[in-house]
Design a protein around this ligand. Structure first.
Ligand code: UD1
Ligand code: UDP
Length: 368
């Protein structure tokens, strides 16, 4: 029997698992990383291992891209084989990707206890592949690490026993606190891009419902061009490979928007901190904007991060160019005085402690 298996596969999972990995390293506990290979481009994968000084994955399944079921199915079969071989005492997954669903499903069927980091988020929009993944992963899990009280409530309302749920904050805070000062001491991405604090918009958008739809993606680009002109400020858009692919496929042009390659984490953190405003459909970026006190306009009709809207850090603007422009105006005028709802940066430590308590984490669930 081996230690805890940390299963990950995409950019946000590497970043949000990094505080947990660091904690296992610090304690010298037995654990290993299983990478599905869902993300594989250097700028979406390897760069984060290097920059965050993470150990090599013991396994990389190299599943790559594919249709939802095809990609998830490939992972499921291969993860199962690794888990049978390694017999980990527990499996940890993070977030809402296909990697999370495959990891949780493979483990629960082998009666290996599953811990879901960032449990209980709900957009209530079942067209999102991520919403299906979250619900299924939560219901397959023995330990649910909910970032906030609202996410705990979602789980309890779905009938998940209260004693399986732990409100720990979100490891996104730990990662941000651990890395922002390192970034500030070592690099100057604003200078490299030729922008000044408060003098640019930062954009990320890659959600399937947005970018695989020519009308919605076209509208987002029009909205961005409009705000660039209204404020005479550059729009910096580190572009996810999915979005770049779809722009080419639809023959869409970026116009005045400055599209750049996906950025490394340390550069991206500083750009988030100093942006006049962030526009995004990313989950992690909505959270980071809120933590950094940078106003955010979310290019969606719903969010599984309602805490950011409730504290006044975020507004849902959808993809209509006029609504984008109005939402940006509202947020540019708002005072940046909100509280961070995602905890104090100790989520990773708490999660490792809970998982590590001997005799508590068993195939029959929690033993008190
Ligand atoms: C996935 C997650 C999404 C998460 C995002 C993080 C699912 C269903 N979606 O979306 O929740 O927000 O990761 O960024 O799990 N590609 C590359 N290089 C890569 C990875 C992808 O070029 O390293 C391109 C390929 O053309 C691929 C496309 O991006 O077909 C989509 O990749 P995929 O992993 O299927 O979904 P993401 O959009 O990245
Ligand atoms: N990120 C990054 N470089 C970029 C864009 C995002 O390092 O060019 C980081 C960002 O700081 C956040 C994470 O990637 O921690 C968010 O990942 P993504 O938007 O791909 O996924 P989501 O959070 O929507 O699942």
């Amino acid at each position: 029997m081996s230690g805890v298996a940390i299963i990950l596969g995409t950019r946000p999972e590497i970043i949000k698992m990094s505080p947990i990995i660091r904690e296992y390293e610090r304690k010298g506990d037995d654990y290993f990383i299983l990478h599905t290979g869902q993300h594989y481009s250097y700028s979406m994968d390897r760069i984060f291992f290097e920059q965050l000084h993470l150990p090599e994955a013991r396994y990389n399944l190299n599943v790559g891209s594919g249709l939802q079921g095809e990609q998830t199915g490939k992972m499921l079969g291969q993860i199962e084989r690794v888990l049978i071989e390694e017999e980990p005492r527990a499996v940890l997954v993070q977030g809402d990707t296909n990697t999370v669903l495959a990891g949780a499903l493979a483990a629960v069927k082998l009666h290996i206890p599953v811990g879901h980091v960032e449990a209980g988020l709900r957009s209530n929009d079942r067209r999102m592949p991520e919403e299906i993944n979250r619900i299924l992963a939560d219901h397959a899990s023995d330990y649910l690490f909910a970032p906030t009280e609202a996410s705990r409530q979602n789980l309890v309302h779905e009938g998940i026993p209260d004693e399986k749920v732990f409100v720990c904050g979100n490891t996104v805070v730990d990662a941000l606190f651990q890395n922002l000062s390192i970034s500030e001491e070592t690099i100057d991405p604003l200078k490299e891009l030729g922008v000044c604090p408060g003098g640019y918009f930062l954009v990320t958008a890659h959600r399937q419902e947005n970018v695989d739809d020519a009308r919605r993606l076209g509208n987002i680009l029009k909205g961005l061009e409009r705000i660039a002109a209204d404020y005479a400020m550059p729009v910096i858009y580190p572009m996810h490979p999915r979005t770049r692919k779809m722009m080419e496929q639809f023959g869409l042009r970026a116009g005045s928007i400055r599209c750049v390659e996906p950025l490394d984490y340390l550069s991206f953190l500083q750009l988030e901190k100093h942006a006049g405003l962030i526009l995004t459909d990313s989950g992690g970026v909505q959270e980071e904007a809120c933590i950094l006190h940078t106003p955010c306009a979310t290019l969606r009709e719903n969010t599984e991060r309602p805490e950011t809207v409730a504290v006044g850090a975020n507004i849902l603007v959808g993809t209509d160019p006029k609504a984008i422009s109005e939402g940006v105006r509202t947020m540019m005028e708002r005072e940046r005085v909100w509280q961070n709802p995602y905890g104090d940066g100790t989520a990773g430590k708490r999660i490792v402690e809970i998982v590590g308590t001997e005799g508590r984490f068993t195939s029959k669930g929690r033993v008190v």
